[in-house]
Design a binder for this molecule. Sequence first.
Ligand SMILES: *Cc1c(COP(=O)(O)O)cnc(C)c1O
Length: 360
Amino acid sequence: MIPVTQPFLPPQEEYQQYLDGIWKRNWLTNMGPLASQLEMELKDHLRVSHLLFVTNGTVAMQMALKALDIKGEVITTPFSFIATTSSIVWEGCTPVFADIDPTSLNIDPSKIEEAITANTTAILATHVYGNPCDVEAIDRIAKKHNLKVIYDAAHAFGVEINGKSIFEYGDISTCSLHATKLYHSVEGGLVITKDSDLLKKLAYIRNFGISGFDSFAELGLNGKNSEFHAAMGLVNLRYISDIFQKRKALADLYDEKLKNLKAVKPVWHSHANNNNAYYPIVLESEELLLKLKTEMDKQEIFTRRYFYPSLAVSLPYLSKVEMLVTDDIAKRVMCLPFYYDLTFEEVELIARTMLRIQNN
Ligand SMILES: *Cc1c(COP(=O)(O)O)cnc(C)c1O
């Protein structure tokens, strides 16, 4: 059996050492020493000005929307994980979908402009598979129309544009450190902003809005994360270059072995590195996708239709909107098995199997 994903696990002894410290201190959560250390190490590693370690990537987006006081309509992508849209609805705002670009698979800036109304207050865009959005164009649109920009950068850990962290774009970026992401803390998330006032507000929001022993500064929630999660983040950070190297080698091998597959990959931002968070392919037709998926399922090689279906047609709490490009791409896109412990032999087997099914 080959799963579509599998979490990275470091050597258990290294995690155990952190547990010993936690037991000694008996400080389990509430911005403990390990959580602070993780924030410092990540800030250093990512070279970002400010960052908060929070519960998960979904709460991170809710915190971002709240901190920026977003109301009314938020323009967003229908080609993302459910949490991007549901956070907007959860915060009492209305998601307005703008179609994606057929090559990058990210929200299309020209479609954002068309979707702007008098009630639009923000853009919430996803760097899909870690591939940066057209951040310059989005920034221009936001400035022109006085909109806030939040990036769902859940997939984009370690991505840079011209050497600058992707997390530094927009008013706030959020990341997920969920176990299935390339770098994780079991459950976890990050909120990143360049604005120190905003950071202060986000820090209050993370801790119920508490500003002192008997005082409250903001409406808050519980967005804290624990020492146990921070410890996993700290250990995994030691392996981050191994993780990137292995994933790159696996992706290169897939590229080579799947040359003759009737599929294309998303076109990557020309000034950004690829963090190989996923191995997505867009097949020539949905028919070919279903043929491959059915046969591969039988052989216990699991793939995932990610993202399918479009969020603009599948949510019971929103009216459905057809989006030409998203609807077409969502039908044909598939992520192949891709994780640190996948072997080169398995990649070769997967590629051989796929070509055999296609050519049959
Ligand atoms: C994983 C993911 C999230 C949610 O992150 P959690 O940490 O699981 O809450 C949000 N958006 C995208 C695009 C994701 O892939």
